[in-house]
Design a protein around this ligand. Structure first.
Ligand SMILES: [Zn+2]
Length: 285
């Protein structure tokens, strides 16, 4: 589950003022002396990953385009949001939830990814867990639709590694005194498996060094044509491209993002989600 604990501002915290908040406008705006905010506002942005700390003292930079930078009045993006779970309303144990899962989002074009704070909501741990099982069902339906497993495709299987790893692991356990009853004959068999592997490797390393390599062996590795599930799905969704008003759009990708929003609304009882948050909310800004 892609979630993380939010650093919740403590009540005992000193109230600092005069923080600078730098907008992420198209023409990187320089600090404006009249842009001073309280620590509470700064924490609000930081706790949602909506801003990053600058090296300059007491300054943060927004990671999205701020109010007045393209969002119309009445839009969800210009609204002050409550610091509570959008489902049950509790103010603690909050986590960030990406409505469009990161496994897809990370392959989307920058113009969409950089504007996706609309699809970032607060859920408490319990509501987050509850929704994730529904999200897993939806991902599995995408697996079937695109015939692309969640683990990706293009794995090269090396089942023979399994025997070598098991042998190496048993030898190490025996040496650590964890397998005292192992017959000497069995130990020799295991050493023979590792020695055969060492001979195949044709390296100068000692038996003990090869042992350390052998316990790290995996049963599969990514081949030259390996592709992640999300990478494949997003590439398919971007095949159809249209241009309107000098902006490139991907209608199938738009429908996909909106389908995740719809799925979230249908399967998570969002009693505390702003009424301004809409399935049809803009994807490109
Ligand atoms: Zn909740």
């Amino acid at each position: 589950m892609a979630s993380k604990e939010l650093p919740m501002p403590s009540r005992q915290q000193t109230v600092y003022d005069n923080w600078k908040i730098v907008s992420n406008g198209r023409h990187d705006k320089s600090f404006k002396p009249d842009h001073h905010f309280g620590r509470k506002k700064v924490d609000w942005y930081l706790s949602r990953d909506l801003a990053v700390m600058l090296t300059e003292d007491k300054a943060i930079k927004l990671v999205f385009e701020a109010k007045g930078d393209g969002h119309s009045e009445g839009d969800y993006m210009v609204e002050d949001r409550a610091n509570i779970c959008v489902s049950c309303g509790r103010p603690d144990a909050l986590t960030l939830h990406h409505i469009v899962p990161d496994m897809y989002r990370k392959w989307m074009p920058e113009i969409i990814k950089s504007k996706s704070s609309r699809d970032l909501v607060l859920l408490c741990k319990s509501c987050h867990l509850g929704y994730e099982s529904h999200a897993d069902d939806y991902k599995n339906s995408i697996v079937r639709e695109y015939d692309m497993p969640l683990e990706g495709s293009g794995w090269i299987l090396t089942p023979e590694n399994h025997t070598v790893r098991k042998a190496a692991s048993a030898i190490i356990k025996y040496r650590d005194g964890k397998l005292p009853g192992m017959p000497l004959e069995r130990l020799k068999q295991l050493e023979s498996v590792v020695n055969t592997y060492k001979a195949d490797l044709n390296v100068e390393e000692s038996f003990d060094d090869v042992l350390l390599v052998a316990i790290e062996l995996t049963d599969r590795h990514k081949g030259p044509h390996f592709i992640e599930h999300g990478e494949f799905v997003v590439a398919k969704l971007m095949e159809k491209e249209v241009s309107s008003e000098s902006q490139v759009r991907w209608p199938d990708l738009e429908a996909f993002i909106k389908s995740w929003r719809r799925h979230f609304l249908t399967n998570c009882d969002c009693r505390y989600l702003s009424a301004r948050w809409k399935i049809d909310g803009n994807i490109y800004r």
